[in-house]
Every structure is written in C-alpha cells, then in structure tokens.
Design a protein around this ligand. Structure first.
Ligand code: PEP
Length: 254
C-alpha cells in the first residue's frame, strides 16, 4: 500500500503564504518521491484555488485537500463550500469530521455522514477522522466508542459510490498536545477499525487506507510510518514547518 502524508494547515496562512509554502515544499522534496508516497496539503478554503492552479500549471504531484466540505449541495447555506465546488477546482480529497469541527463547531455524527456522502457523490476522497477524548481512553472504553464513530460516519455508503476512503485515527488527547499515541495503541485501534471495515461492501483491500494523526513530529514519525498497518499520517503543527514536514516524509523507508 502506498503511504500517505497529509499536512493539515488548519486556520493558518493567507493564500500568498500558502503558495510560498507549497513551493518551498516542492523544492525540498526528492525528485519523484510523490510516485512512491502520496503527499497532500490541506490549506484554508481561500488558498485552495491558488494552490490547485499551481499544481495543475506546473504538473506538481503534491495533491490538495480541503479541510472540510458542506453536507449540502446548494442553496441557502451561507458560508458553506460544496463538494461539487471543490471538485470543479480539481480538488480530490476532503478532511471530514476532524475533532476540531466536532468539538468547536458542534458537528454531529449525522452531519459528518452527510458530508461523507456528498464527498463520494462528487468523487472527493473523504479523509474520515475519528478519535476518543482523554476520559474515554482512561476509562478503557475507547474501542466501542471509536467503532461507533466510524460506523456512523460511513453509514449507507454503497460500493459503487466510494473511491478510496482514508480513515484517520486522531485521538483527541494527542492533537496539538505533544502527546503521541504509542504504536501499540495505534495498531490496536487501526486493526479493530480495519476488521470492522473489511465487512463493508465498499471495502477494497488495495485502496482503503488507515492512518494516524496527533502530534506527529520528526522524532516519532519513523516508528509510526514504518509500521505495516499504519498507511500514513495526518500532520497538523509540524506541517507548517517545511523542514519538519520533509523530515517526516523522508522517515518512510522506501
Ligand atoms: C491535526 O490537526 O489533524 C493534527 C494531527 O494536529 P497536530 O499534528 O498538531 O497534533
């Protein structure tokens, strides 16, 4: 399975700064590394067109993802950006259900499920985030909690509607905290999710990827990324620093 490294820039960088960072990253990567590793950047909506235009014009192999997508297709939904609008920009991925969307903006499992449906209906690959809060981890009840979150996010998806879903395990207690889940924790969760997903009609062993996110840094990336069941990482803070992001990418043993 081709590994994937996704940089989630969150609410940082204006479109000019985003262009600079894309170009710096492109110059810093080994030639043709993107043939061996999928490298994605998820900037703010305002930078999507600028970055995708550069990617298309210069035939870059870095790919662009949105950080979110609307649950609605069109109409009276002020402030929303639809899957169709993203698809028209040649954007091919969208992060959905990030814990910051769930916690800060009160997104429910039902809303996330609608977003996932809208994404796949418009040929966007959903990067479906799920993760447990610290209390839940401490109570040792995390596996049923996580499986329920995953099942609700993908409810009703049909085989012929799904591209290559990416499931991102992002324990909330590890996001932006410097605390990283152990490789054993991550293997336990991803194995359980993989087992659950393998019964679904859309599951494609060759395509569906299971990744980890939460305080990934050059220090811990190698162990995570060189573990077989972990197909990649979602990187927040460290993706804003090109040197660190490149070190994370380079830690993959090819
Ligand atoms: C994230 O926001 O998806 C994330 C993993 O953040 P960080 O790497 O900063 O913990």
């Amino acid at each position: 399975m081709k590994k994937i490294v996704i940089g989630n820039w969150k609410l940082n960088l204006d479109h000019l700064e985003a262009i600079q960072l894309l170009q710096k990253l492109n110059y810093s990567l080994d030639v043709n590394i993107e043939d061996k590793i999928d490298i994605l950047l998820a900037p703010s909506h305002t930078s999507l067109r600028s970055l995708q235009t550069i990617v298309d014009a210069d035939s870059l192999k870095i790919q662009i993802s949105s950080q979110d997508v609307s649950a609605y297709t069109e109409g009276a939904y002020t402030g929303e950006v639809s899957a169709m609008q993203l698809q028209k920009l040649n954007i091919t991925y969208s992060i959905i259900g990030h814990s910051e969307r769930r916690l800060v903006f009160g997104e429910s499992d039902e809303l996330i499920n609608l977003k996932v449906h809208n994404a796949v209906d418009n040929n966007l690959v959903p990067i479906v985030c799920f993760g447990e809060p610290e209390e839940n981890r401490n109570s040792n009840n995390y596996l049923p909690y996580l499986l329920n979150q995953v099942n609700l996010a993908i409810k009703g998806l049909r085989k012929d509607k799904v591209n290559e879903i990416i499931f991102a395990y992002e324990p909330i207690w590890a996001i932006g905290t410097g605390k990283v889940a152990s490789v054993e924790n991550t293997i336990e969760v991803l194995s359980a999710v993989k087992k659950e997903i393998s019964n679904k009609p859309f599951y494609d062993e060759e395509k569906t990827r299971f990744i980890y996110g939460g305080s990934v840094s050059p220090t811990n990336a190698s162990e995570l990324l060189n573990t077989k069941i972990i197909d990649g990482v979602l990187v927040g803070g460290a993706s804003l620093d090109t040197d660190k992001f490149v070190q994370i990418i380079k830690s993959i043993k090819l």
